[in-house]
Ligand binder design. Structure first.
Ligand code: ATR
Length: 275
């Protein structure tokens, strides 16, 4: 029997994860199955138990289940603890569930390896202070930027994150309008505004020369934020397909101890019009 894996979320029908993991499996000769299962938050616990009781080996969790997966895990990695969310569950030999979060490392791999950016000494701005932001602040601070600003509509949420991440480094918390007068080399959109076609109300003139804009959201069409970045003169303004594929590669490694090559998968999805 094939080792069984799945992604759970709601909604889930547009998830690219099954295609990505099937390509990883083919490429590395791993015999696995990977399916998408629509799970509402209220039935998450039951769905996870049924999946693992039936011999399942691992689950990816996406919106809106990552915080529930964090609670469900028996053990957590340090990065999962910091982000307060789990996107990868692995069944351990003793039957317990390990919870990890590969979103942050997925973003960093896309930024630094695939796009060739160096973040040390750079001025970075993150938009939003929800779950997506929590998953990426740790590795961004560890990359030693000159400064890391966190802007959010609701300032209290940004202040909370500043306190949580204080042991790792300083965060400059700001409203969108108070960003006026600052310039950034990299702006990362971690709000859910793109999902409704909106862009946070950013002041003019905040892109430094050669600035890069990165939207954690991805879709077939350019997101509202990547369009904004291009209009404002960013040298590069991209959506989060690369991060999605890299976080999947990390999850695959956690489960199978084999590192897939992400490049052919990115190319194949781009060619198929998935981005
Ligand atoms: P996620 O887990 O995807 O981060 P979340 O926890 O609901 O989702 O957080 C959504 C983030 O997007 C929040 O920072 C939210 O701002 P508020 O905290 O002020 O609510 C932000 N957001 C959503 N829609 C937005 C919009 N139209 N403009 C600006 N920010 C928006």
């Amino acid at each position: 029997m094939l080792d069984r894996y799945a992604v759970m979320g709601f909604p889930i029908s547009h998830s690219l994860s099954p295609v990505i993991h099937q390509q990883f499996a083919e490429q590395t000769g791993q015999k696995i199955s990977y399916e998408a299962i629509e799970v509402r938050p209220e039935s998450f616990d039951q769905a996870v138990e049924e999946f693992f009781n039936a011999g399942g080996q691992g689950i990816n969790c996406t919106v809106p289940l990552k915080e529930l997966a964090f609670k469900k895990a028996d053990q957590l990695t340090e990065r999962a603890k910091l982000s307060g969310a789990v996107n990868t569950l692995k069944r351990m030999e003793d039957g317990s569930l390990l919870g990890d979060n590969t979103d942050g490392i997925g973003l960093m791999t896309d930024l630094c390896k695939n796009l060739g950016l160096s973040l040390a000494g750079k001025r970075i701005l993150v938009l939003g202070a929800g779950g997506a932001t929590r998953g990426i602040l740790g590795p961004l601070l560890e990359a030693r930027p000159e400064c890391l600003f966190l802007a959010n509509r609701t300032i209290e949420k940004a202040q909370k994150l500043k306190a949580v991440f204080a042991p790792l480094g300083a965060l400059d918390v700001s409203t969108y309008e108070d960003l006026l007068g600052n310039k950034f080399d990299l702006i990362i959109n971690a709000t859910s505004a793109s999902l409704s076609g909106d862009v946070p109300p950013l002041p003019n003139g905040i892109l430094a020369k050669q600035a890069v804009c990165y939207d954690l959201a991805y879709s077939k069409k350019p997101t509202a934020f990547t369009v904004w970045g291009k209009e404002k003169g960013a040298v590069l303004s991209v959506g989060g397909l690369g991060m999605l594929i890299e976080q999947a590669a990390q999850a695959f490694y956690i489960w199978r101890s084999v590192r897939p090559d992400t490049k052919p998968v990115v190319n194949k999805i781009n060619t198929a019009g998935g981005h």
